[in-house]
Every structure is written in structure tokens, then in C-alpha cells.
Write a protein that binds this ligand. Structure first.
Ligand code: FAD
Ligand code: PYC
Length: 404
């Protein structure tokens, strides 16, 4: 098969790993695959294996609700996510695959004066670093989404919103497939159904990984396993403050396009956009308990749909057709953990909680640079693991996800 056109698959069907690689990436989600792609493209490191215990994109990459935005609260966060948005905007062309990247405009609705204050704060930080966000009033929201009941059935009238023009949605699986194909075409080997079961660490340095297909020697290992992070960091003896909470989502039956924008309501614990195939893609806040499970619940759909009906009473006869959950790797400050670790050659890309899909391109690029140079670039230094020891957190609680 030619690497440029590996028909009929997107990438070669690798089954027998070599005895050693220059780098091994654990996790074939968007982040692991993007890191492999940029290791090859930006640093010429192509003797790389990506090990995925299931199928690529089958973790949170294929379970998320695909919102891409950079309207965060801290300058560090805004700069980081803005760099990702900029890569996303040209990514379909770069990867030669239609990511259905669709810029819709993103409204974070404020139902209280205190929520409005946070929106003003975020708007000012965003403008200060050159990101397009502003506070708008109920009339602007109604013009953008005339179907929305601004009074929310009289229960929680909308006072205003943070409007973020670049807010977008995309086809999540295609992001994984595009990075996989791109990495494969440059020589990276991708092994599906291949689980990492142990790490070989000697005198504080990584020497290899034990897998369901045998031992692989390597001096560089990246863990990019999102909801499975504590299992891998336990193998490495590296402590993190990550806890795993389920995050659930669902889609409606397809409808004619009517919802142009992305709407998020922290107070009603609901967010919604309409996908390119007409489904309403909806989600809610994190489940409030720590559990390692991807089961979805009736309680979730009941709560979510009742709040959706407060906002859009005309949807009462629309059916929910699928619901699911992902395991969100939550950090105390709602920022990721990226960079080197106390184990030489063991790198961590984690703590992506409910906010990591939008970061896929820039996390891949910066983690590849970290692995190539054994040093994290400036852009991700605010997300280093040691910030928890240094009491130097990057607090994104007001902006990282749905509702708090
Ligand atoms: P994953 O895609 O989970 O990939 C990790 C992979 O590692 C998995 O495929 C897993 O099988 C593999 N793995 C684990 N252990 C091993 C092992 N031992 N050996 C080999 N492989 C292993 N973010 C946004 O920006 N916008 C959103 O709108 C958004 N919505 C979300 C909605 C939901 C319901 C959920 C659950 C998350 C949402 N997120 C969102 C967060 C986002 O999905 C994640 O942060 C992001 O997808 C993480 O990507 P990843 O590649 O790091 O992890
Ligand atoms: O990060 O925008 C986001 C998001 C929305 C829903 C889950 N995460």
C-alpha cells in the first residue's frame, strides 16, 4: 500500500509492533494522534507508535459535543485556546479531510446579575488579548435566535450573554481520522486494540511500555488517555489531583436547520447546537459523583429536556434518539495538565475534563514540541503539573465548561 493513499482504509492496519520506537504515545484519541502528527511534521520524528486500547476516537474524542471556542477567563487560557481555534480554521485544508468546521457564534447566557458580571469580566480579558467577545443584551440574542423564549418560561429570564463570534462546531471523529491519516502517511504506526498494561521505569527514567502485544522499548512516552489518566499515572508513580466524573450528552432526531448559533446556559445546566445533519446536540453539567463509567442515565435526559423546554417550548414533541457519557478527567482549577513529569522521558497530556476537544490541535503541537525538546513551550507552562505544589493555579472555573 502506498502511504499517501492507503486504500481502502484511512491508515495502515498495523498489528505487530516493532521491538523499539523513538517515541510511544498511549491513547489514540485526538490528542495522542495530533501529537504523533506534529512529532512527524514539525520535528521529523517518525519512528513513533500510537497505542490505542480500543479504536481510534472511541474515547472522549468521539463522545464530545464538539464546541470550539477561546472565550476563557484567564489570559493564559484565552491565548492557548485561541492558538487552537486558529489551527482549526485551516485544519480541513491541511489534513485534506472535511471536518465540517462550522463557525456559528457562541452565546453564554446570563440569567442573573452575578453571571452577567462574569461575562463582562471574560469579555474584557478576551478583548485585551485580541479575541472577539462582547456582552450583548436580550434583543441581540433574540435576533440571533428568534425561537428562544427569552423569559425561559418565566423561570429564569435571560438578562444578557457573552457573545463569542469565533465559536464553532466540527465533526469530532473526522479530527481523529484526519490526524491518524496524516501521521500514518509520514511513517507513524497506529496500533488499535493494543493496551498499555505497565510502564518500565528504571532509575527515574522511562525505558519502555508493557502492552497486550508485548514489550516495547522507548525513551519517550506520552500519556494522552483523558479519563484513564489515573491508571497510567499510577503505573508511573506520578501523583496528580485528577478525579474522574462522568459527563453526559444526547442528540435529538434530525430536524430542518433552524438553530444557527451555539447556546450555553450555566444556570439551566444546558447547552445546545444543531449539527450539520440536523440533530440537536445537547449536554448538561458534570455528574456530581466520582465514578469511572460511561453509562448514561434517565435522570440526565429528564433534567436536560425539561430545561430545554423552558428555553424552547415548541420542541415538546421532538424525540431524543441517543444518549451517552464520557469520563472527564477533572482538575481542581479547570485547566489541563501538560508537559514533563518527575519521570524522565514520561510526558503528560491530561486534565482535559469537559473542555479538551477544542484544544486538540494546539495540545498536539505543543506536546510534540515538549517531547522533541524535553522542555515545554512557553504557551503551556501555566499548565505544568508542578503548579499544584507551587500554589500557582490557572483558575478557569468560570469559563471551562457548562455550569458551575
Ligand atoms: P480521548 O479521546 O478519550 O482518548 C484517549 C484514548 O486513550 C481513548 O481512546 C482510550 O481508549 C485510550 N486509552 C486509555 N487507556 C489506555 C491504555 N492503557 N492503553 C492504550 N490506550 C488507552 N471538549 C470541548 O472542547 N468541547 C466540547 O463541546 C466538549 N464536550 C464534551 C462532551 C462530553 C459528553 C464529554 C465526555 C467531553 C466533552 N469535551 C468537550 C471534552 C473532550 O471530549 C475531551 O477533553 C477530549 O476529547 C480529550 O481528548 P483525548 O484525545 O485526550 O482523549
Ligand atoms: O468546552 O465549550 C466547552 C464545552 C461545552 C460542553 C462541554 N464542554
Amino acid at each position: 500500500l502506498s502511504r499517501k493513499h492507503p486504500a481502502p482504509r484511512f491508515f495502515r492496519d498495523c498489528t505487530e509492533p516493532k521491538k523499539s520506537y523513538d517515541a510511544v504515545i498511549i491513547g489514540g484519541g485526538g490528542h495522542g494522534l495530533a501529537a504523533a502528527y506534529y512529532l512527524a511534521k514539525d520535528h521529523g520524528i517518525t519512528n513513533v507508535a500510537v497505542l490505542e486500547k480500543g479504536y481510534i476516537g472511541g474515547g472522549n474524542t468521539g463522545r464530545n459535543t464538539t464546541i470550539v471556542r477561546s472565550n476563557y477567563l484567564t489570559p493564559e487560557g484565552v491565548n492557548f485556546y485561541d492558538a487552537s481555534v486558529k489551527i482549526y480554521e485551516g485544519l480541513s485544508e491541511e489534513l485534506d479531510i472535511n471536518l465540517f468546521y462550522s463557525t456559528r457564534g457562541h452565546f453564554t447566557l446570563a440569567h442573573t446579575e452575578s453571571a452577567l458580571r462574569t461575562m463582562r469580566w471574560r469579555a474584557e480579558v478576551n478583548k485585551h488579548v485580541g479575541v472577539d467577545s462582547c456582552v450583548v443584551g436580550p434583543d441581540d440574542i433574540s435576533r440571533a435566535c428568534p425561537q428562544l423564549d427569552i423569559s425561559c418560561s418565566g423561570k429564569a429570564p435571560i438578562l444578557g450573554a457573552l457573545y463569542h463570534g469565533p465559536g464553532s462546531i466540527a465533526r469530532h471523529d473526522a479530527v481523529a481520522w484526519g490526524y491518524a491519516r496524516g501521521a500514518d502517511s509520514m511513517g507513524v504506526e497506529i496500533f488499535q486494540n493494543t493496551e498499555v498494561t505497565g510502564l518500565d521505569i528504571q532509575s527515574g527514567k522511562i525505558k519502555g511500555v508493557h502492552t497486550s502485544r508485548g514489550y516495547i522499548a522507548t525513551n519517550k512516552v506520552l500519556s494522552a488517555v483523558a479519563g484513564f489518566t489515573p491508571r497510567i499515572t499510577n503505573m508511573a508513580g506520578v501523583d496528580t489531583p485528577i478525579v474522574i466524573h462522568p459527563l453526559q450528552a444526547c442528540v435529538s432526531e434530525p430536524m430542518k436547520p433552524w438553530l444557527d448559533t451555539i447556546l450555553v446556559s450555566g444556570s439551566l445546566h444546558v447547552y445546545v447546537s444543531q449539527s450539520s445533519r440536523g440533530e440537536l446536540v445537547m449536554g448538561s453539567s458534570l455528574d456530581p459523583y466520582e465514578v469511572h463509567s460511561t453509562r448514561s442515565s434517565l435522570d440526565f435526559v429528564e433534567g436536560l429536556t425539561s430545561h430545554m423546554l423552558d428555553m424552547f417550548p415548541f420542541l415538546s414533541n421532538v424525540k431524543i434518539v441517543r444518549q451517552w457519557a464520557g469520563m472527564a478527567d477533572m482538575t481542581p482549577d479547570f485547566s489541563p495538565i501538560m508537559g514533563t513529569t518527575p519521570v524522565e522521558g514520561f510526558y503528560l497530556d491530561a486534565g482535559w475534563g469537559t473542555w479538551g476537544f477544542k484544544a486538540t490541535p494546539i495540545s498536539g503541537k505543543t506536546m510534540a514540541a515538549t517531547m522533541a525538546n524535553d522542555q515545554a513551550p512557553e504557551l503551556i507552562k501555566p499548565f505544568r503539573l508542578s503548579r499544584f505544589e507551587d500554589y500557582d493555579l490557572t483558575g478557569e472555573k468560570g469559563a471551562a465548561s457548562v455550569g458551575h
